[in-house]
Design a protein around this ligand. Structure first.
Ligand SMILES: Nc1nc2c(ncn2[C@@H]2O[C@H](COP(=O)(O)OP(=O)(O)OP(=O)(O)O)[C@@H](O)[C@H]2O)c(=O)[nH]1
Ligand SMILES: [K+]
Ligand SMILES: [Mg+2]
Length: 421
């Protein structure tokens, strides 16, 4: 492994910029710049020098191999947060033979050195992308190894089952059909149940991570764009008295009390001879069908029944014009009913993720489903085949946490990180 470096803080001005160095030369390089650093994990206040020239003064820390994020010897320079300082120190490091790290390379090294597994690396990537409180909480859980611990528990069950099967096969008389100890079936039963439960919790967990789509639908002039503007508290969509104003789907990303929710303003649903509007209506239907929830707006209480699903909200608009107001209604003009509507959306969606599991990525769910599939019909298998099934299930669990992982998949994960992570 060569020694790499990168700034760990975003480009631009700030209080501090951190340059991270990792690899066998980390301590030597840090000492060349700043003088002897006796103890690891201690911050030294030093001048950073290239020859006689002082580049900055900084806090310098080094970490011994085995006690750092990457698992390698590493060092950190806390510099003043000015791009020119970072650029100049970076230049000095390159002159000393260090290579600038690629995106995600520190995390990749942490993975390759066994400090974290693949699911944790995915957790770190999710944490960097997190925008809401629930996404942060979930990502921290994954990054700190919640899924890894669960997998270790399932693996231990498979190891026990495998050992029991092996021993029954080894000692069996060739003529007599071997008996698999009943404990094996208990273990497999329990495992199947636990895997099923975890797999069932995957869609909710993934939704929590990616966020929800809520489509606002209804006939032209129902007030859909007015509603999305009221939610955004700014003009994200054109509002006009002309029916058929909105054509493109307009997305508004929001943090709904900790939940990531994207509201979609859509074209008013009607049959139209206008070619462009017709495309808009078609898109509106598709996005409405794909959304997690729909808010059906209308002035008169009429809704397109073909698009209404179980939990959907049916809401009358322009409540300020209504004489009698029964059921859910709102006015984008006066603001009445909007907080209540958002509260309903929030509680409908959070009810759906109440049983979110630990599988936040399709890849993880696929691996776990493979493990579960290997244990189908275990009761009907001869001992050798049962042992093979247990091995296959173990293998799938190994893939899940990335003990075995194809290079291109690793590339896919780690390049999603930023430089310096
Ligand atoms: N009085 C009243 N008028 C409203 C309200 N909401 C919207 N309007 C008016 O209704 C008309 C249509 O509003 P839009 O928000 O453009 O309706 P839309 O559903 O997006 O219409 P399309 O994009 O054409 O499908 C505009 O003239 C708005 O000012 C409301 O709460 N009260
Ligand atoms: K309109
Ligand atoms: Mg509109």
């Amino acid at each position: 492994m060569d020694t790499i470096f990168a700034e760990a803080t975003p480009p631009g001005r700030g209080g501090v910029s951190i340059i991270r160095i990792s690899g066998p030369e980390a301590r030597r390089v840090a000492e060349t710049l700043s003088g002897a650093l006796l103890e690891p994990r201690r911050a030294y206040h030093r001048a950073i020098r290239e020859g006689q020239e002082v580049l900055d003064d900084a806090l310098v820390t080094w970490f011994e191999a085995g006690a750092s994020f990457t698992g390698e010897e590493s060092a950190e320079l806390n510099l003043h947060g000015a791009p020119v300082v970072v650029a100049r120190v970076g230049q000095a490091l390159r002159k000393m033979g260090l290579r600038r790290a690629e995106a995600g390379e520190f995390t990749r090294r942490a993975f390759l050195n066994g400090c974290i597994d693949l699911s944790q690396a995915e957790g770190f990537a999710d944490l960097l992308a997190a925008e809401t409180e629930s996404q942060r909480r979930q990502a921290v859980q994954t990054a700190s190894g919640a899924l890894s611990r669960r997998v270790a528990h399932w693996r231990a069950m498979l190891v026990e089952a495998g050992a029991l099967i092996e021993s029954s096969v080894d000692f069996a008389d060739e003529e007599v059909p071997e008996d698999v100890p009943p404990r094996v079936y208990e273990l497999i039963d329990q495992l199947r149940e636990e895997l099923d439960r975890e797999i069932a919790g995957h869609p909710a967990a993934e939704r929590l991570r990616t966020g929800f789509d809520v489509a606002i639908v209804g006939p032209p002039n129902a007030g859909k764009s007015s509603l999305i503007n009221a939610i955004a508290r700014r003009e994200v969509a054109i509002v006009s008295a002309v029916a058929g104003t909105t054509r493109d789907v307009i997305e508004l990303r929001t943090d709904l009390d900790g939940l990531a929710v994207t509201f979609l303003d859509t074209a008013g649903l009607r049959v139209t001879a206008d070619e462009v509007e017709a495309i808009g209506v078609e898109r509106a239907r598709i996005r409405a069908e794909e959304a997690d929830l729909r808010i059906h707006l209308s002035e008169d209480g009429q809704h397109d029944a073909t698009l209404v699903r179980d939990d959907d909200l049916l809401v009358r608009t322009k409540a300020d014009l209504l004489e009698r107001d029964d059921g859910l209604s709102l006015s984008a003009l006066t603001g009445t009913g909007i907080t209540e509507l958002l509260t309903s959306v929030r509680s409908l969606l959070s009810a759906r993720v109440a049983h979110a599991g630990l599988l936040t990525h399709q890849r993880q769910a696929d691996a776990l489903s493979d493990a579960r599939g290997a244990l189908d019909a275990a009761e009907d298998l001869a001992p050798e085949l049962l042992a093979e099934a247990v091995r296959r299930a173990s293998h799938s669990l190994d893939l899940l946490v990335g003990r075995i992982a194809p290079d291109d998949y690793l590339d896919h994960i780690f390049t999603a990180f930023c430089i310096g992570k």
